[in-house]
Design a protein around this ligand. Structure first.
Ligand SMILES: Cc1ncc(COP(=O)(O)O)c(C=O)c1O
Length: 387
């Protein structure tokens, strides 16, 4: 690929330190989410070399190539670029369903029910059947069987779609369990969608290859702008007829964008350079984030801290209450050390530096010393969303 001239790079990075394309900038010390990454010079370079044709007309080569490339890597017939993970889930769910009475079954903590502004009910008229997994980590077939509605009793609302999430709160649903659920669902004529915003992380943890997971499902949404570091963009994958329908629904909610080459170019770099070109993501940049997450968890527990969830991937969930720490204490102490933290969840992305980890250790020292004035403030001034 041709490279930008020095002048072009200089002017692109000249605005000020915050917007410079060199270095991780503020992302280095931001552990609120793996969306807090900074696009890289190689993404900028790809954006500058991209094609600029119209994607509503399906004419943009960079976008079309990205869609075919992802379809091929995930062993699906087709793919569709969308603007966000939320749009991907909502368009996919809408495309699977016809009309009420119908229900979507998911984990009670699923993004589609907790953090998508009520979109499932609004767009589809579906009832959402939320299930608390018995093992506290991921749904099992037994959980699903207990709550799915299969009969045609007119008092009930039949389950027509199961929406799984992997990773969910950083935890992995094992491949074998996902397969059991999908096989059972299909045998009852129920479709299965996967919110795979962070499926990359499950793959990198060693749970299965990208296509081992994706090929199981009727549709999957994958995000380029979470751990992979692209500035914008997600993609949904599925059969040709499904994607044809999804393109229609994407348009209806304002997701038909024009010169999408500017973000599909960066998304391709994010996929190949951050996740990697191999099916297990071992050659990319994510494995080191898992190692850092485990170190942070160890720093916490070795000081007597408790964890809310096991650390499977790049997220560390600290149980602040059980550890005697106030809801905002870490964020306040972190701010004094130049770190951005959010409640008890820490997300390690590939631009979080060793210096940031060293500062996290200092935050833990201060919070756990017993001298820090514990705050009871529940107002979550640093944001209460879970991107
Ligand atoms: C599991 C999961 N799905 C979907 C989304 C939605 O993605 P977006 O913020 O791009 O709409 C998120 C956002 O963090 C997420 O964590």
């Amino acid at each position: 690929m041709a490279h930008l001239s020095n002048e072009a790079m200089a002017s692109a990075s000249a605005v000020n330190g915050q917007t410079s394309w060199h270095g991780a900038g503020a992302a280095e010390f931001d552990l609120r989410s793996d969306t807090m990454t900074k696009p890289t010079p190689s993404m900028l370079n790809a954006i500058c070399q991209t094609t600029l044709l119209d994607d509503v007309f399906n004419e943009d080569p960079t976008t079309n190539e990205l869609q075919s490339y992802v379809a091929q890597r995930t062993q699906h017939e087709d793919a569709l670029l969308v603007l966000s993970g939320t749009m991907g889930n909502q368009v996919a769910i809408r495309s699977h369903l016809a009309q009420p009475p119908h229900a979507v079954l998911c984990d009670h903590r699923a993004h589609i029910i907790c953090y998508e502004a009520g979109g499932v009910s609004a767009w589809t008229g579906a009832t959402v059947q939320t299930v608390v997994p018995k093992n506290g980590i991921h749904l099992t077939l037994e959980d699903v069987q207990k709550y799915a509605v299969l009969d045609d009793n007119i008092h009930h609302c039949p389950t027509k779609l199961i929406s799984l999430e992997n990773t969910l709160d950083g935890m992995v649903m094992p491949l074998a369990e996902a397969r059991r659920i999908v096989e059972w669902a299909h045998s009852h004529d129920i479709k299965v969608h996967l919110d795979g915003a962070r499926l990359w992380e499950a793959v990198v943890s060693g749970a299965g290859s990208l296509s081992d997971y994706t090929s199981l499902f009727d549709s999957v949404s994958l995000c380029f702008s979470k751990g992979l570091g692209a500035p914008i963009g997600s993609i949904i994958i599925g059969s040709k007829p499904f994607i044809k329908k999804a393109r229609w629904f994407r348009k209806s909610i304002g997701g038909g964008a024009r010169q999408t080459g500017v973000f599909s170019a960066a998304a391709r770099i994010a996929l190949d350079e951050t996740f990697g070109t191999d099916p297990h993501g071992k050659t990319g940049q994510l494995p080191s984030t898992h190692a850092k997450a485990k170190r942070i968890a160890e720093m916490w527990t070795s000081r007597g801290g408790k964890l809310q969830y096991p650390v499977h991937t790049n997220m560390v969930w600290l149980d602040l209450e059980a550890s005697g720490v106030g809801p905002n204490d870490l964020a306040v102490i972190g701010q004094q050390l130049g770190l951005k933290l959010l409640g008890g969840r820490m997300v390690i992305h590939y631009q979080v530096s060793e210096e940031a980890i060293a500062r996290v250790e200092k935050v833990f020292d201060t919070a756990m010393k017993g001298t820090y004035q514990r705050s009871e403030d529940q107002s979550k001034p640093y944001g209460s969303s879970k991107p």
